[in-house]
Design a protein around this ligand. Structure first.
Ligand code: MD6
Ligand code: FE
Length: 208
């Protein structure tokens, strides 16, 4: 992996989260898409159902020991793709980003892959299905720009919005680890990284 900037990587504070703008070069991003195509070939994308029986607008799959899953029984981590095969390994370039930005953390055991097509969004939520909230969550954006909203640890808390662009990496740690956040909309056609358009978000977590 190469870096856009020379010298130490500086992050921007967004309500306690740290945003690393353009952390991945265009070449890194293209390489990442290639390794993700292999992940999706092994573990095809699917649209989970929420607890209330509605299909999510985002399509997803996972890599690592655990994959994130949802159906009418609720949200949880599972050790196999719905087809029954184990999840593919987390690709090396993904591990590299984690080590570069959160070297003190334990290695991630889930890399959730979210694909946002036209009109897809993600409601305000907390990432709280993991056992150890002292471990950060790292999120990587690829493709079309997305309007990310982040607030406090209360659903009704004040929020701030920021456009996440292809190559940006966001770290939710410390007090922001349990902040409510979501994707309000995606700017279709704002990036040409993905052949068929859209946005990919990778979310890396320590589950156990
Ligand atoms: C997304 N991201 O960017 C959704 N979660 O598509 C998340 O849900 C997220 O960006 C935890 C930490 C960072 C995130
Ligand atoms: Fe999240």
């Amino acid at each position: 992996m190469t870096r856009n900037d020379n010298g130490p990587v500086a992050g921007i504070n967004v309500r306690g989260a740290t945003l690393y703008r353009g952390f991945l070069t265009p070449a890194d991003q293209a390489g990442m898409v290639e390794v993700l195509r292999r992940v999706v070939a092994e573990a095809p994308l699917f649209s989970p159902e929420t607890r209330w029986g509605r299909k999510m607008s985002v399509r997803m799959t996972s890599a690592g020991r655990y994959g994130w899953f949802s159906d009418r029984r609720g949200y949880r981590y599972i050790e196999r793709h719905p087809s029954g095969t184990p999840w593919p390994a987390i690709p090396d370039p993904v591990h590299e980003i984690w080590r570069a930005l959160v070297p003190e953390a334990r290695p991630p055991d889930c890399c959730l892959v979210n694909l946002y097509g036209e009109g897809a969004k993600m409601g305000l939520h907390q990432d709280r299905d993991e056992a150890d909230f002292s471990q950060p969550v790292v999120s990587i954006s690829l493709g079309d720009e997305a309007l990310f909203r982040i607030g406090t640890t209360e659903r009704s808390g004040k929020t701030e919005s920021v456009w996440l662009k292809s190559g940006d990496v966001l770290v939710l740690g410390g007090a922001a680890r349990l902040a409510f956040h979501g994707i309000d909309r995606v700017r279709t056609g704002s990036s040409s990284l993905l052949r068929d358009g859209g946005r990919i978000n990778l979310t890396l977590r320590v589950v156990d």
